[in-house]
Design a protein around this ligand. Structure first.
Ligand SMILES: [Zn+2]
Ligand SMILES: [Zn+2]
Length: 234
């Protein structure tokens, strides 16, 4: 059945999964117009965590507590088209979308003056990766790695299969992710390095902070965080 649906995908002109208009030959699942309609996160933003902020100073959260990453930036708001595209990418398993989405992140990255030595992504627990068949953040990081010609770190693992973060409070999320991420690779790979960490959706930041903490405790110098989307409370 899988082979048949792949054949159909290949030969039949497909429609955009969001607006249903016919796709151009170089478009995959989502048309360029629907990508253009994604609500981007534009300045003024908190210079630490990238959330829109009135005067471009630190936001309330970044004032209140230490962040483990140096800076974090996100391409768009997790709503409307971007939310739909991410859903199609992750849950309808349309891995080919990783290229278009990775390019959006790459474009954002090109406008930042971040210098980094290697790229890491948020690992999935191996059971979850097995169920989904792929790790979406790994695919996104591969696009950026190729475009920038910077290697991806191997050795970060998620040791415990934590329940979904959806619907949990900030404190519950912190408890949920504590000590679940481990560095199992060669320490020399991270020692003194500045790392670009890739994630798909930034909600409260607990996941990227836990991974940043793991990398810092393993000896890295700094972690920059680049995400595709961020949930924004209105
Ligand atoms: Zn469309
Ligand atoms: Zn902030």
């Amino acid at each position: 059945m899988k082979a048949l649906s792949l054949l159909i995908d290949f030969f039949l002109p497909a429609d955009c999964k969001i607006c249903k208009s016919p796709l151009e030959y170089d478009e995959k699942y989502i048309c360029a117009q629907c990508i253009l309609k994604i609500e981007r996160i534009n300045p003024p933003i908190c210079k630490k965590c990238g959330v829109p902020s009135l005067n471009g100073g630190f936001c309330y959260e970044c004032h209140r507590r230490r962040r483990y990453f140096k800076e974090a930036r996100m391409f768009g708001v997790f709503n409307g088209n971007l939310k739909e595209v991410i859903h199609i990418f992750k849950y309808e398993k349309k891995q080919a979308l990783s290229y278009q989405l990775g390019l959006l992140m790459y474009d954002l990255l090109q406008g930042l003056n971040w210098e980094f030595d290697c790229i890491a992504y948020i690992p999935l627990h191996k059971k979850k990766e097995g169920q989904r068949g792929f790790n979406q953040t790994k695919l996104l990081s591969e696009v950026i790695s190729k475009k920038r010609n910077i290697p991806i770190l191997k050795g970060l693992i998620k040791a415990i299969d934590t329940p979904s973060q959806v619907g949990l409070s900030y404190d519950e999320r912190c408890k949920n992710v504590i000590e679940t991420f481990l560095w199992k690779g060669d320490k020399n790979m991270v020692k003194g390095k500045t790392i670009l960490l890739i994630d798909d959706v930034f909600t409260t930041g607990t996941t990227v902070e836990e991974v940043s903490k793991t990398l810092l405790y393993s000896g890295c110098k700094d972690v920059f965080v680049l995400c595709l989307a961020r949930t924004i409370e209105k």
